[in-house]
Design a binder for this molecule. Sequence first.
Ligand code: C2E
Ligand code: CA
Ligand code: CA
Length: 866
Amino acid sequence: MSDHASVTAPSAPTRSTNRAFSVFAVLLLAAGALSAFAVGSWLPDRDNDNLLWTGPLLVVGFLLAEQLAINVDVRSGVAWTISFTEIPLVLGLLVAPFEVVLAAHVVAGVGTLLGRRVLDRAVYNAGLMFMEISVAFAVAHSVTEFVGDGGPFWAGAFLGTIAVPLLASVLGLAALRLMGKGMRVAPSLRLVFQTLVVALLNTSAGLAGYEIATKAPWGGVLIALVFAGITAIYLAYSGLLREQRDLEALSEVSLRVARSGRHVTGPRGASPEDDDGQAEDDEWQLIAERIREQLNANRVVLRLRTDPQAPMRTLVAGEPLPPGMRRDDPRQLREDAMLQLPGSQVRYFRIVDAGEDVSEALSRRDVQEALVVPLRGATQLLGAVEVHDRLSRWRGFGKADLQLLRTLASHLSTAVDNRRLLARLRHDAYHDPLTGLLNRPGFREAANEPMREADTSVVVRIDLDVLSTVSDALGQAWGNRMVVAAGRRLRDELGPEVPLARLEGGAFAALLLDRQAERMQEIAERLRTALSVPYPVDRLTVEAGAVVGWASTANCEIEDPDPDALLQRADVAVRATSEGEPLRAYAPSMGQIFLRRFQLVTQFRSALESGQVSVHYQPKVALPSRQVIGAEALVRWKHPEFGRVDPDEFVPAVEATGLVDVLTDFVMDKALERVSRWIDRGLRMSIAVNLSVRTLADEEFPNRVAAALTKHQVPPELLTFELTESGVMADPERALPVLRRLHTMGVVLAVDDFGTGYSSLAYLRQLPVDEVKIDKSFVLGMGTDLGDMAVVRSIVELGHSLSLTVVAEGVEDDAARDQLVSMGCDVAQGYLISRPLSEERFEAWLRARTVQVRGARDETVLTLVH
Ligand code: C2E
Ligand code: CA
Ligand code: CA
């Protein structure tokens, strides 16, 4: 057996770029021909009686030796062909004339090349073959002459044969160097040494075989058996070797792909321009390189689309693509489609037997043969791998290569698919699905780094203010449309680079740095103006306003500001805005407000338990009879530090934390206790308790009401719940069943602050309510504003047309009361009658300001005295 270091002969494309090699090949051919001529004429003619069969037999021998060759690829693109060429060669040296051996070798070599249709290395190989046989015969002849008849008859043939692989190795290494793929000294020497060892074995085996075949009876059979056995073992071994190396490559590529997944980027998305894209490209480049190495190919083209939005990336390992191959060329795409099968099969194309289209595609790539495999994900085409031209003296791509590529491709597809899934999940985690802007976590991530690098950063919060009204009135979908439109306007105003998030509802946040940060007042004004342009929604035009608050690292008094800290302060600034001042920068004094809110919320429960929270009562009086029909229960908190805290301040805070049930239950309990006391005294007066939105979403609430009524032995009609229209409309699906149950129980339901929200009587008709309370702003304005007066009048009339009791709150003077009487308003409540009073003071007020009279049904009623 022999071990050739066969040259990684360059394939066609290299020819143009590797002029040195071409020259070398031509020179080699010339030298080979010349030496063949010289040796031929120098050698004495050798007699051979069996020329007729020696020639063909040698051809068969050489062909077999090449066919059985095992191609083991050495890493750097050097193919190591283990062939048995030395065996026919040594036999030829023993028995055949020079010309016959030369002819047999060349015929067999060309035959092999033809069979595999790799003609591009023909010049080099032909030169090499001429050279080999000439040197072999020259050495053999010289040695035989030198040894003479006294020495072993085989010495010449032996050394002549050994000289061939040595020559081939040296020439091969030289060729490699010329091709710019030169190996380092140590591996080169090892290669030559290994070549030598295997050649020695091969040659000795050939000689021993010859001896046995010629001397022993039936020796030929013996030799054939030994030969077959060794071949079988060898083939099996090389198969194992290959499998193991393929596995190695496979695991390496898989690992790399898995690792490259770390580059999947965060909220800003992976555009190929950014650093992450570059790092990712580098990983894919290495993967392509590894595939090329493993398949011993001249070039690997990896086409990939890891991000569904991004364009295909093309990575080339090995020889660059010819300049004519434009990546975005539509022709290229058609070709891609043509070269790939619908499935995930690997296709093997050779220019020699390809159809016209394919062969044109191949020549545009400047290749002789190509393996092409599509990368298919679960749902779509992710890319493709093309492997171009095997770097080998004799062989093209084989079955094992196809198999390996198929497995590699399926690993790659799965990996890419997983990465896309991961990218998608990450994108979803960091983006608001409605507007496509960042969400809160996304903003945090996106703002973190720029903030650290900038001198000044500002977080702006922009709140669209009519949103809840629009959603209440027209439905969620309309509100959503406004939010999307608002997001788009902000994006247009701020430009594509600024991190912009939708926090919740109609609240947006943006991060502005350095230069922009200095012009905050101006930018805030621009943002507000942009959002205040009316929104065309279907056939309507919705007017909207916005408030803007911002917090800058320059004046927020924190050591190491992060996005959250600024967001929180921008939120405080937004809360500090008012109608007259819709733009506010955060000031540290505002932090106190924030801190106070925080304390209020955290302390509320213990405040309830320690008696800081109480309920005040404000009487409601029927018009025009002045009969006290009941009172509204209003919560009060006397905080040890802050003193009296306004319910307008702490109720919304408590609502936001989910403690509102505790509040409602507390007020209801106190109020019903009051009513039951009155009942004990023979008084039928009702009490009104305010409900929050959250309470209406609680299915358990009606049960708790029923329990409280039973506990205090109060008939349900003496309990009124006041709810705001927007409270019901925030989530009518959930609120309506609760309201219906309360109504069925016999509890009185009132719509509070009527006229402020989207007050639609059509809605009112659908709600199971008994009472409307005209908002105090209209009642207070009635004396000076004719418009308010008109509103109050129409509410009274419409309320009556729906058979509702109409209540006016905020009645502060006689004039207002008289007007309400003339309009026919049923009930009045306000400072004119009384401020909200504590339990004892309310009882005192009843005693001082009312007289007991007999009612129509002989009950005791209290009537206000003048
Ligand atoms: P509301 O339900 O509209 O309560 C009426 C508010 O108007 C009360 O303010 C009351 O003191 C005030 N008011 C009464 N008469 C007059 C008047 O003649 N002129 C003027 N200018 N104001 C008058 P208060 O007690 O500060 O309550 C504010 C808001 O807090 C209430 O508005 C209600 O929405 C909420 N609230 C109060 N107590 C509770 C409660 O127990 N539970 C819930 N969920 N909310 C409550
Ligand atoms: Ca109320
Ligand atoms: Ca009210």
